[in-house]
Design a binder for this molecule. Structure first.
Ligand SMILES: [Zn+2]
Ligand SMILES: [Zn+2]
Length: 354
């Protein structure tokens, strides 16, 4: 494959695991015939960005540019692009490519591509240059049209950005396990992921129980759609819930005890992990075998389901609850995110990257 011509764009990068993020300039390819060039207006701040910038998963190469909750305007298209026009509002999530040929890709489940996360928006491998892909903390990005998404026009654009990761990460498992009316659904943790889990589970018609370590979050959880709130550090409240949930979405990104939650499932209930703490967690056999319960994981969603989720959000007026920050506020935002001091997602206004 011949290497395309490049242009430079302003970005924010980490230069090492302990270095704060700072301004830089990066190279993007000029659009090839199948590419869409996007001027990034907003980019959400995912907990994965922080894990990645600080090399907490062990595969980060520097300089690293995080960001995979990207929305903006199309500024140029390649000669063969069919789906998008210049000026249109579009989104890019956690994937910018995949092999397109493995059974998972052919099923529209590109997130489970046999090549792993090689097509990741950041930390993947750029197929033109062989270098690590660079994410959305930047003024511009170029993505093949098959991995660009349409954004419903009626939604607030900044509050739409986190749907591209936090939204699809919670939407996909709730859909896969067919959560709906008559189900009692537990959502563990009221952060960036959890607050979207509450909104989607409510929209799908389930009875939603929010589990949190923070009693102070109860009123907000109910505002977001939870029918009940359980303080997970209160042993009596947890014991009263044993065997009551059909499904549990565990959205916690820090180390915590899974067994306490498995015990809350009914017979044949499913618990799904969507947070990604760096440390392994011990799982006891007893809570699983006693009621044929199962424990699974789920990774974002494929391109067809991500578009379905965005369209569903457009129809139901669902967006994320966000706090807008300037690009130079990212290091402070990371520190606040570690203290769960955000309601519920930071979004960077890329107009402040000058
Ligand atoms: Zn993410
Ligand atoms: Zn594949």
């Amino acid at each position: 494959m011949s290497k395309p011509i490049c242009y430079s764009t302003k970005a924010y990068s980490a230069t090492g695991a302990t270095a704060p993020l700072g301004p830089t300039s990066i190279e993007r390819r000029q659009p090839t015939p199948t590419d869409v060039q996007i001027q990034i207006q907003y980019c959400g701040v995912c907990h994965s960005d922080l894990h990645f910038a600080r090399n907490e998963w062990g595969f980060t190469q520097y300089p690293a540019v995080p960001g995979h909750e990207i929305v903006g305007k199309v500024t140029a298209i390649g000669s063969g692009v069919k789906k998008f026009k210049v000026g249109e509002t579009v989104g890019v999530g956690c994937l910018i490519d995949s092999c397109r040929t493995c059974p998972n890709c052919r099923s529209g489940l590109e997130q489970y591509c046999d090549l792993g996360m090689a097509g990741g928006t950041y930390g993947g491998t750029d197929k033109y240059f062989g270098t690590p892909t660079l994410g959305g903390y930047a003024q511009s990005i170029v993505v093949t049209e098959d991995f660009v998404l349409r954004i419903p026009a009626n939604l607030d654009l900044a509050a739409t950005a986190p749907l591209l990761c936090a939204g699809i990460t919670t939407y996909s498992p709730l859909r896969h396990w067919k959560v709906g009316p008559g189900h009692t659904v537990g959502i563990v943790g009221l952060g960036g992921l959890g607050h979207m889990g509450v909104k989607f589970a409510k929209a799908f018609g389930a009875h939603v129980v929010l589990f949190t370590t923070s009693p102070g979050k109860a009123a907000d959880a109910k505002r977001l759609g939870a029918h009940e709130v359980v303080v997970s550090t209160d042993a009596a409240q947890m014991a009263a819930r044993a065997g009551t949930c059909d499904f549990i979405l565990d959205a916690v990104s820090a180390a915590h005890d899974l067994n306490a939650y498995l015990n809350l499932l009914k017979r044949d209930g499913h618990m799904v992990l969507v947070g990604a703490p760096p440390e392994p967690a011990p799982v006891a056999s007893f809570p699983l075998i006693m009621r044929r319960r199962s424990l699974s994981g789920s990774l974002i969603g494929g391109l067809p389901e991500t578009q379905e989720m965005l369209d569903f959000c457009g129809q139901h007026g669902i967006t994320c609850d966000i706090e807008m920050i300037r690009m130079d506020g990212i290091n402070t935002a990371y520190e606040r995110m570690l203290k769960s001091d955000v309601k519920y997602r930071f979004v960077i206004d890329l107009a402040t990257l000058t």
